[in-house]
Design a protein around this ligand. Structure first.
Ligand SMILES: *Cc1c(COP(=O)(O)O)cnc(C)c1O
Length: 383
């Protein structure tokens, strides 16, 4: 958006709609098109700014990166998946370094850090990121380079971490601070503004929002960090497809609307679920009794659209609920317009701190009464 339209910064709700479009000119395209080209015409006079080759850059990626970068307040780089973005960010710690990782981190992050540790690439130490003093103590006990990995709210325990306090603690120790912002999205929380060095996204989830794309992104402010991440993407080759980048940006345009509806549905369902006799625990930061409620209220501008519940009957009870739903889709993933339910411990890589009977609900934008009726009848089967 040109600076001369208004001196007032645009709301993120507007940025999601206007960022990453071609410059305004008569008959210019409104949307950046899908650019399919493995190489670009070069020549000596074009200089170093030229794209050069399809692994180095692509105009359709650039459009998506501009939008995500403006929303997070940094420079964004798109990757072929959220895990490719996670892997690139983990490479910011040198080979002898330590990664402090939330004990309930996303299972892909949990498994990848364990793999890298088994290969001798780095050390891994799990920490309770809801306890700032515990993280400080862990940092104080470490020599050598450190990367502090944060996620908030976490997947699927929905634990909320004090990002500003943890980033400050990490920096006191000279650590690189990374935040996986997949669950909150930049509309609800902007970790770079809270002091983080790098933000990671699974763009697959809320940002694209329609369960039809696998894509990732990293966002950073520091020039050296951006250069290191760019080099990682170019040399490891985990580049996004142009069509995926187009679809992700198309989805991002409606993020404010989707998220508003989905998180209102989530808060409503969380309240109702608390009253159901087959539900033993409901996790959602909107609930006044939730351990993350006060912090989320301060740190986030909304509570998000993921709800986790525990049910009677253990793993078998949870599986029975998944089998009984008709409208909710039994599937992994999250952040799409459609509501999904999954027992997380069915995955071998899921951290053991996640209860066996935990169901993660990714609440979509359907009518909340339809969602509740289906969920209630499924829970009623537990008697
Ligand atoms: C899904 C997810 C990832 C991984 O992203 P992919 O796009 O599936 O590779 C990383 N972090 C979180 C929190 C996720 O939910």
């Amino acid at each position: 958006m040109p600076d001369d339209v208004s001196p007032t910064p645009l709301s993120p709700n507007t940025v999601a709609v206007v960022a990453g479009r071609p410059a305004r000119a008569l008959d210019s395209e409104l949307n950046t098109p899908v650019s399919l080209s493995a190489t670009y015409v070069g020549g000596g006079s074009l200089g170093a700014a030229a794209l050069g080759y399809g692994r180095f850059g692509n105009p359709t990626w650039t459009a998506l990166e501009t939008a995500i970068g403006q929303l997070e307040g940094g420079r964004a780089l798109a990757f072929s998946s959220g895990m490719a973005a996670v892997a690139a960010a983990l490479h910011l710690v040198p080979a002898d370094g330590t990664v402090l990782v939330p004990h309930g981190a996303y299972n892909g992050t949990h498994s990848l850090t364990a793999l890298l540790a088994a290969q001798g690439r780095l050390q891994v130490q799990p920490v309770d990121i809801t306890d700032v003093d515990a993280v400080r103590t862990a940092l104080a006990g470490l020599a050598g380079p450190v990367l502090l990995w944060l996620e908030s709210p976490t997947n699927p325990l929905l634990e909320v971490a004090d990002l500003a306090a943890l980033a400050a603690a990490g920096h006191e120790h000279g650590a690189v601070v990374v935040v996986d912002n997949t669950f909150a999205t930049p509309l609800l929380q902007r970790p770079l503004e809270l002091g983080a060095d790098v933000v990671v996204h699974s763009v697959t989830k809320f940002l694209s929002g329609h369960s039809d794309v696998v894509l990732g992104a990293v966002v950073a402010r520091g020039e050296e960090t951006v250069a290191a991440l760019t080099a990682h993407r170019t040399l490891h080759g985990a580049i996004p497809g142009p069509l995926e980048a187009f679809l992700a940006l198309r989805g991002l345009r409606t993020l404010p609307l989707r998220l508003e509806r989905a998180q209102a549905n989530a808060a409503d369902l969380a309240r109702r679920l608390q009253e159901h006799p087959a539900v033993t625990r409901v996790r959602h930061p909107s609930l006044p009794g939730d351990p993350g409620h006060a912090l989320a209220k301060e740190q986030m501008s909304g509570f998000g659209a993921l709800v986790s519940i525990e049910v009677t009957g253990g793993a078998a009870g949870a599986d029975a609920v998944v089998d009984a739903v008709r409208l909710w889709v039994p599937a992994t993933s999250l952040g799409g317009v459609e509501s999904l339910v999954e027992r997380r411990r069915r995955h071998a890589g899921e951290p053991r701190v996640v209860p066996e009977d935990l169901l993660r609900l990714s609440v979509g934008v359907e009518d909340v009464e339809d969602l509740w009726r289906d969920l209630r009848q499924a829970l009623d089967t537990l008697g």
